[in-house]
Design a protein around this ligand. Sequence first.
Ligand code: PLP
Length: 448
Amino acid sequence: MSTPTADSVAGQAVKAADRAHVFHSWSAQALIDPLAVAGAEGSYFWDYDGNRYLDFSSQLVNTNIGHQHPKVVAAIQAKAAQLCTIAPGFAEESRSEAARLIAERTPGDLDKIFFTNGGAEANENAIRMARLHTGRHKVLSTYRSYHGATANAIALTGDPRRWANEAGVSGVVHFWGPYPYRSNFHAENEAQECERALAHLEQTVAFEGPGTVAAIILETVVGTAGILVPPAGYLAGVREICDRYGIVFILDEVMAGFGRTGAWFAADHWGITPDLLTFAKGVNSGYLPLGGVAISGAIAETFAQKAFPGGLTYSGHPLACASAVATINTMAEEGIVENAKLIGETVLGPGLRELAERHPSVGEVRGLGVFWALDLVKDRETREPLVPYNAAGADNAPMAQLAAACKQRGLWPFTNMNRFHVVPPCNITAEEAKTGLAVLDEVLTLTD
Ligand code: PLP
């Protein structure tokens, strides 16, 4: 492991230039204080003052094989020496190989891969394919979701980041997905939640007009909006509804895919094959921008004789694809997907449940693999969230304090609303995971 060396002066210069010229995502520019990062390795990154952080966020839940994996770094370097770029219209070795490796791992007949630069673009193109394939316009998505920040993707997103982007695009309809802990359907158990959520979805389709609905898009396991693992039978039920009405089923695996849930794709846990599956992030551990859509045989056939009217200058970029090839091969060689499963079953799952026994502010622990959330509450009986929905400023103080306390103790957290998400790299060691849990144990006293 490289050791961070302190160089505060260099760090201050990086920060000053950042504050002068970098316009940050999702932020009030004058109110932020970004950490200047000097380097990273494995499950850790560090700043210019020599402070090391155990990355329990995997950045934006994308460094699935950790930071600076030498095999992926070497693959990018080798590709850069051979061919930095070539337009999407050419056949290129890294692109073909990445597509093959992805198609081999996606479920069912999702055998054609359209490459994008990230998750939002993947969803944009999946929606375009669904509309052209069905000749219909509407797309249904859940209120508890995040699908990206481009026009259709943000309109489909349920979380409040949608609000400022409205009026959105036409043809977007939201519905409620299952969330047994805070049921919209007054369900008393998971089976009831599943049944009622499916009835609600079918009714939504009926009232929207089945012949107008092109697609239903779901995150297989909802990520940013709460790490919501679907109850048994839900995804199969959605698949049936889609089949009944000729609707394209899109699974967004941008966050859940490539090992995060302890399987190559989260859909594998339920044996579901969507018509389109979107991916990004973990496909190459975020080392270069890459995403894509895995396409079923039937939808690929729609564009066999007529042109697909979509494309991107950097689609299937050789450097990004070379990093995906190296990432996927490394995950297979080093058993990283299996590691995510094992860490979830033997360390994170039991460890987080143990924390819940000791800390009354933990209302629910849920997740799988290296994809967990603590749903924090003011009161376990009423399940009132620790902070109100979309809280900011003073209202969000308990969550801000929790995050700050983690950072002071060398743990980089991922918090969202009233939740603490535990989303470390898929190749985190048991020892590192336990180190993070020990910090969490300490800081949760702040919210109890
Ligand atoms: N879909 C899901 C489920 C995501 O979690 C994200 C990003 O967090 C996106 C789509 C958007 O991906 P990107 O930021 O690469 O456009």
